[in-house]
Design a protein around this ligand. Sequence first.
Ligand code: SF4
Length: 174
Amino acid sequence: MGTVVIELTNRCSLSCGHWLAGRHGGGEMLPPAIFAVLVREAAGAGFGKFSFTGGEPTLHPQLGEILRMTYAAGCRFGMVTNGWTFPAINGKILAYADRLSHITLSLDGARRETHDALRGPGSFDRLMKAFSIGVATGIPFTVNMTVNARNRGELGEAAGLVQDLGGRGCGSGR
Ligand code: SF4
């Protein structure tokens, strides 16, 4: 079964150093009515999974409704997130946990100073909080890491960190 990758929004609360200008700084949200058509047609065409991305997909105000439609169509789902809003939205994900593939958290360094240099102050601590919620609630998570000159010396350290935190590997969230 194939995966459909959907950008739920181009809005984000962060402005990372590697963001794509004009793509992650908007305010557009995918209307649920359009998603209803998408999920129906995708499921009818044999696609069995949705991967939600953005922007920051957890900022979509109708995220719960979108997950409900995904669930009702019999599809699984995954999501890529920077983790900032995870304490507020993990309940929406848990409501459909039996169709959840995994959450992909964006990590940009094994050390706070490295990650925050790219994503902004407080980002690393927010991400660690999201990891701990994932472990406590049984939400499976993986990690994405954009390798760059600043963090390439921390790859092994980052893999060890994710393993220690209880991550289930590295992937694209798809
Ligand atoms: S957290 Fe992700 S979506 Fe937001 S600005 Fe950074 S790269 Fe873009």
